[in-house]
Design a protein around this ligand. Structure first.
Ligand code: SF4
Length: 230
């Protein structure tokens, strides 16, 4: 159970194993690969057992969209329980997102963007850029058509790579951007104040997510703590 995976909503978070991207800062490196197969029904029952305490489910990972058919079944079952459904994704599997959107099975997508397009394949050392761009377009269109209630772009910030978000933001069409405090090894994380300075350079409202403050909406002149958050 989680109060940080969907701000403003208590959720049950399901982590699906496996991710073709290998971020060194991954918060779940132990499930980037390996095997631990479960029946879909077993997971459905775990979600059902938390039904009285949550109003939504977030599918995370690893990369949840890598397992298309199980994810379709799990999201459909969650819907039947009356739960809102969110996905945290790196966008590598647009066909799964397309199916979820087509079936009307998700309310929210948090899409990680890690670099400007021209650097993406180099950074990931795999040719995923086209897929990720397609995922962005699918979610953008669904959000504009109100088939998707919430859509945000998550950019994880690290000391020494503060400028990349400026280029990422320049490639977007006004989508909500979340600046997330990255934590990796012994590298000191950016402070909330430093993240506000980065946001100032974007010249637009963003959300800033840090361990110290939780999530705030920041537009350069004022910032607002999300109600009920740390
Ligand atoms: S894309 Fe996400 S889940 Fe996959 S390795 Fe990177 S941080 Fe971990």
């Amino acid at each position: 159970m989680s109060t940080v995976d969907w701000f403003g909503c208590a959720v049950c978070t399901v982590f699906l194993r496996g991710c073709p991207v290998r971020c060194t800062y991954c918060h779940n490196r132990e499930i980037q690969d390996g095997e631990d197969y479960r029946e879909v029904e077993e997971v459905v029952e775990m979600i059902r057992s938390s039904r009285m305490l949550v109003s939504g489910v977030v599918f995370s990972g690893g990369e949840p969209t890598q397992q298309k058919e199980p994810l379709l079944m799990l999201t459909a079952a969650s819907r039947e329980m009356g739960l809102k459904v969110g996905i945290q994704t790196n966008g590598v599997f647009p066909e799964t997102l397309e199916a979820l959107l087509h079936e009307g099975l998700i309310d929210r997508v948090a899409l990680d963007l890690k670099a400007r397009w021209e650097r993406y394949d180099n950074l990931l050392k795999k040719k995923f850029t086209r897929n990720i761009r397609r995922s962005l377009t699918l979610c953008r269109t669904a959000y504009q058509e109100r088939a998707l209630q919430e859509f945000e772009i998550v950019v994880t910030l690290f000391r020494g790579y503060e400028d990349e978000v400026k280029y990422i933001a320049g490639e977007l069409e006004g989508e909500t951007i979340v600046l997330q405090q990255g934590v990796e090894g012994t590298l000191p994380p950016l402070t909330s104040a430093e993240m506000r300075q980065i946001a100032d350079r974007l010249g637009r409202e963003v959300k800033i997510r840090t361990r110290e403050e939780g999530e705030v909406v920041y537009d350069g002149r004022r910032d607002r703590r999300i109600p009920g958050k740390r």
